[in-house]
Write a new protein. Structure first.
Length: 272
């Protein structure tokens, strides 16, 4: 398979499976846009295996094989062909891609987090690593803020996806924070949007915004189009968090979606 065909496939995947990601990268030059789509396709593959219906041992085997393939010839797999070409063009670190797989493996073994430091370690693997991989394409060496930005977006995902994660048997909200705000897992199961739940989730949202603001320090080291891409991601995720907050953190009623007009406005403004 040619690199051109492979890139076309990962870009189609990005548009189909991650509209926010697709809106964000549309502002990048073609070569960078395709490389980011290849990174997304790899991360998507990890997630699909970890969250799929296969037995746990088969998931582990597939994830380990995915990790091993990073050091092998890409073959005819469009995702690996595109990723291999992107890694030749940009200094995408292999350790970041391996960290994504480690996060997928962790999801098979750990479904609860005692405190935020534990959760942050997980977020560093599954999302901070995406930031580290992408910043190599953007052209900055500010790995720390790229990682922080990835963590911020994952924290917003965790807030948004409480119901979906519960259905998968996972609770990412730190156990000590559930306890301190007097929220139990029974409340999550019952979809109890109480005053205590609102207080807990307000705390989660405040922390996510703090990480987001810190991560946006990355903008100072980016060229204008890469900065616009990052601003767009931040704007889309920030707007999603605002909508969740406007609904009093009732994340059980369904995932809030931004209209296409709102997304295009954020892209056009390049503001967060």
């Amino acid at each position: 398979m040619t690199a051109e065909r492979a890139y076309a496939e990962v870009e189609r995947l990005t548009r189909r499976r991650a509209r926010n990601f697709a809106y964000g990268i549309m502002v990048l030059p073609r070569e960078k846009r395709r490389a980011i789509a290849a990174i997304y396709a790899f991360a998507r593959r990890v997630d699909d295996i970890a969250d799929g219906d296969l037995p746990a041992e088969e998931k582990r085997a597939q994830l380990r094989e995915l990790r091993a393939q990073l050091d092998a010839a890409p073959g005819d797999d469009a995702m690996f062909v595109a990723l291999a070409d992107a890694r030749m063009r940009f200094p995408i670190p292999a350790h970041a891609l391996r960290a994504l797989v480690a996060g997928g493996l962790q999801d098979l073994d750990q479904t609860r987090y005692a405190e935020f430091d534990d959760l942050r370690g997980y977020c560093t693997k599954v999302a901070g690593a995406v930031g580290v991989a992408c910043v190599a394409v953007y052209g900055s060496d500010d790995v720390e803020r790229a990682e922080t930005l990835g963590i911020a977006l994952q924290l917003i995902n965790i807030i948004r996806d409480v119901r979906e994660d519960w259905e998968l048997g996972r609770v990412y909200l730190p156990q000590d924070e559930l306890s301190s705000f007097d929220v139990s897992e029974d409340d999550i199961a019952a979809r109890n949007v109480s005053g205590a739940w609102h207080s807990l989730m307000s705390f989660q949202a405040e922390r996510a915004r703090a990480y987001l603001q810190d991560g946006l320090g990355l903008l100072r080291t980016l060229d204008s189009r890469s900065a616009l891409c990052v601003q767009t991601f931040a704007g889309l995720y920030g707007a999603t968090l605002d909508r969740i907050e406007d609904r009093s953190f009732d994340v059980f009623a369904g995932t809030p979606h931004l209209s296409a007009l709102t997304k295009l406005r954020i892209v056009g403004q390049g503001l967060w």
